[in-house]
Design a protein around this ligand. Structure first.
Ligand SMILES: Cc1cc2nc3c(=O)[nH]c(=O)nc-3n(C[C@H](O)[C@H](O)[C@H](O)COP(=O)(O)OP(=O)(O)OC[C@H]3O[C@@H](n4cnc5c(N)ncnc54)[C@H](O)[C@@H]3O)c2cc1C
Length: 282
């Protein structure tokens, strides 16, 4: 029986591994040009995921690539000192078996576990699925499958193709209210808040631009870091904006012109040097 799985992140490679083990002929199609290595975020695996990984024989590899987080530091705008939480104690409270690993490392380990018995097609995606199993692709030739599985994430392309826009929406009893915070109010409160616009149609029913207060991301470092290193780090970030934007959509929002605005902590002299060189600050 031929199975097509869309998406090669976590669910796709794990399902492909198990289906191929019991005799299915499995193809995984992933729209990224290669297995994603953008870093992703840290994922905590608890008992069920640990047991599945153990049965796949990959638990030692996962444990070897664990992030090793021991402390969570929470920076708060009202305090100059971060709140520090002992992560080892926290994870013990949550589960008796646990490991934290970056998502892309986990994906690679699951992929490696099944890649010899599974056909992986990168840089392509399903364009259409007929009722009797004909699948057409954006790039590759059409093929027939007995089962098509959508493991292509929250905004699944397979779900969209098969069920259209309406499927999957279930009211969970929560509402989002989008409230305007005028620029004058934000300016009055000051850092860390800056005034930004939520573009019209970001949320369903939001037909106008909405001004709001935002807190931008800061890269915080110690004053013990040398000026030269801080300069090089700042320079590298702004010279790598295309790569950052490719890795995460939020990267598109990072702009040199606004980089020095609204910081609640003093800028490092190394960063100041770069911003002055670029004419961002005087
Ligand atoms: C900040 C953060 C922290 C999290 N922490 C945890 C945690 O601690 N523990 C935990 O269990 N989970 C955690 N999660 C959730 C976890 O990341 C997801 O549940 C998991 O990544 C889902 O895996 P997936 O394979 O279903 O989909 P995804 O990881 O979303 O992957 C979908 C894949 O499909 C591909 N794709 C998308 N569209 C198409 C298409 N049309 N055709 C082909 N391919 C396509 C994508 O490129 C991607 O490779 C966290 C998530 C976030 C954002």
């Amino acid at each position: 029986m031929r199975v097509l799985i869309s998406g090669a992140s976590i669910a796709g490679p794990v399902l492909a591994y198990w289906l191929s083990r019991v005799g299915f002929e499995v193809t995984v199609v992933e729209r990224a040009p290669a297995l994603r290595k953008t870093g992703g975020h840290a994922i905590d695996l608890f008992r069920p995921a640990m047991e599945i990984s153990e049965r796949m024989g990959v638990l030692p590899r996962i444990e070897a690539r664990a992030t090793g987080t021991t402390v969570l530091a929470v920076n708060r705008p009202w305090s100059s000192r971060p709140a520090r939480i002992n992560y080892l104690k926290l994870e013990k409270m949550m589960s008796d078996r646990h490991v934290e690993i970056m998502r892309d490392d986990l994906s690679e380990i699951y992929y490696d576990a099944g890649r010899d018995d599974v056909e992986y097609v990168f840089g392509d995606q399903i364009a259409a699925i007929s009722d009797d199993g004909d699948v057409t692709f954006r790039n590759g030739a059409p093929r027939r499958f007995d089962i098509v599985v959508g493991a292509d994430g929250l905004h699944s392309g397979v779900r969209q193709i098969v069920f259209g826009d309406s499927f999957g929406e279930r009211f969970l009893g929560s509402y989002i209210s989008v409230v305007s915070v005028p620029k004058a109010v934000v300016d009055k409160i000051g850092p860390p808040f800056v005034s930004v616009m939520i573009p019209a149609n970001t949320y369903t029913g939001q037909d106008k631009d909405v001004p709001t207060a935002a807190v931008v991301n800061y890269l915080v470092t110690s004053s013990a870091v040398s000026d030269d290193l801080a300069y090089q780090m700042t320079k590298l970030i702004f010279e790598s904006l295309p790569e950052l934007a490719n890795s995460h959509v939020a990267g598109k929002e990072i702009k040199l012109e606004t980089a020095a605005m609204g910081s609640p902590v003093p800028l490092h002299p190394g960063a100041i040097r770069y911003y002055k060189e670029k004419g961002v600050i005087k």
